[in-house]
Design a protein around this ligand. Structure first.
Ligand SMILES: Nc1nc2c(c(=O)[nH]1)N[C@H]1C(S)=C(S)[C@@H](COP(=O)(O)OP(=O)(O)OC[C@H]3O[C@@H](n4cnc5c(N)ncnc54)[C@H](O)[C@@H]3O)O[C@H]1N2
Ligand code: MOO
Length: 395
């Protein structure tokens, strides 16, 4: 009997409810990109640490403009000099240098006329103060980053700025990638009759590497219950998650669900109202997880992006929000059945319109290489007219 299809949202919720963080480790700050902070980070300094000049020019009192102003001396960046600027006086100052307390404006050197060796005049009316005030960006003891933040290079700059040279981050999941199918040969081989090359294995490894995860490639597993069981048991010894493709649907040789049940795993998802990716298997036993993706390469790619990323980022202590935008369809779209949430390879044109591509279904990897986005078609929608807006996920 056919199993009940759950929605993608239900599947995502099941993943969220089950994925538990794997632990915390301390890493050197420069190596922390792609990791998730396991602690709040506070600033040990004010930023800027003093009233700082934003321009190369002259510091003076606004009320004395346009001058003439007598130049008392010079303050380069990196030096801290105490000038008292009085009526009709100024100090030459560089970007990044501390502005003397007695000045309330820095006039840009481009708007200054040199009158003689030590006198200048402002040639403009008004203008910004060009002073970044002490603590205007961050105050000492302010929280600058929160636990749960996925660290990007711009976060590294903040960590560096507050002198946080090592940080607590959540442990990344160790993932074994495995492909099942007696028809598969590795890319180094020429397929014989009835065989195809394993494209999912390298694709899944590449997707995980782009997330900066350590990956163990466990190879091709023949379609027998014994080899499937042995391969899963071996991979589980050193890994938190097995990411596998193929053998997860209803064929006579699709042994993965049965083997996982025999190994004591709880089956949490089997069929999902998704196209591609109807057969997306998610199972758990304690802190070990298996995500079984459909064998077709487009299905495996898409569901690693949709369900896989939710699982991996949750295990790492953060949530994953897919980046989606709304764009107008350049042509009419129709589909026969609307019972699954569909992801379709498309091109967002330079003018921002969504163009469809020739696409023959979930085995058609070449369609993905020509696409720059996935268009989303919700359940219940079978027609979308030209000019209507659709959600697209840029690739
Ligand atoms: N009676 C039914 N048959 C099928 C259904 C169904 O609901 N009822 N669903 C179809 C859909 S949709 C999909 S998707 C597939 C999923 O099947 P499996 O995940 O069990 O995958 P396989 O049967 O092992 O393979 C499917 C397809 O993909 C090719 N493949 C497998 N692994 C790789 C790989 N590593 N690299 C490249 N290509 C791979 C495989 O040769 C098959 O052509 O089931 C449908 N059938
Ligand atoms: O789920 Mo299958 O992945 O629709 O082709």
């Amino acid at each position: 009997m056919a199993e009940k299809m759950i929605s993608i949202d239900e599947a995502l919720q099941i993943v969220r409810n089950n994925a538990e963080v794997l632990g915390i480790e301390n890493v050197e700050m420069p190596e922390a990109t792609g990791r998730v902070l396991a602690e709040d980070v506070f600033s040990d300094v004010n930023m800027p640490p003093f009233n700082k000049s934003a321009m190369d020019g002259f510091a003076c009192r606004k009320e004395d403009l346009p001058g003439p102003l007598k130049v008392l001396g010079e303050i380069p960046a990196g030096s801290f000099q105490t000038f008292t600027i009085g009526r009709g006086e100024c100090v030459k100052i560089m970007t990044g240098a501390p502005v003397p307390e007695s000045a309330d404006i820095v006039i840009m050197k481009e708007f200054v006329e040199i009158l003689d060796n030590d006198h200048i005049r402002y040639t403009k009316d008004g203008g910004a103060s060009n002073i970044c005030l002490l603590g205007e960006d961050v105050q000492k003891d302010d929280k600058v980053l929160s636990a749960g933040t996925l660290i990007r290079p711009e976060h590294i700059a903040v960590l560096a700025g507050v002198g946080k040279t090592t940080v607590d981050v959540y442990r990344r999941p160790k993932v074994a990638v495995m492909t099942t199918g007696s028809e598969l040969v590795e890319p180094t081989e020429k397929p014989s009759a009835g065989q195809i090359r394993n494209s999912n294995g390298p694709q899944m490894v590449a997707q995980l590497r782009s997330m900066n995860f350590p990956v163990q490639y466990s190879g091709i597993v023949e379609d027998t219950p014994e080899t499937t069981q042995l391969a899963i048991q071996n991979a589980l010894r050193e890994n938190d998650v097995i990411l596998l493709s193929g053998g997860v649907s209803v064929g006579d040789y699709d042994f993965v669900p049965q083997v996982l049940k025999e190994l004591g795993f709880t089956i949490l998802t089997t069929v999902m109202a998704a196209k591609p990716g109807k057969h997306t298997l998610f199972v758990r036993k304690g802190k070990k997880y298996v995500l079984g993706l459909p064998g077709n390469p487009v299905s495996s790619y898409v569901q690693l992006e949709v369900i896989g990323k939710e699982l991996f980022y949750r295990l790492m202590g953060t949530s994953f929000t897919p980046f989606r935008i709304k764009a107008r369809l350049a042509v009419d779209f129709k589909r026969k059945k609307s019972n699954r949430y569909e992801f379709l390879p498309v091109i967002i044109s330079p003018s921002g319109e969504v163009e469809l591509l020739p696409y023959h279904g979930s085995a058609h990897i070449h369609a993905l290489t020509g696409a720059n986005a996935l268009m989303e078609i919700p359940v219940g929608i079978s027609e979308i007219n030209k000019g209507e807006s659709v959600y697209v996920r840029p690739l």
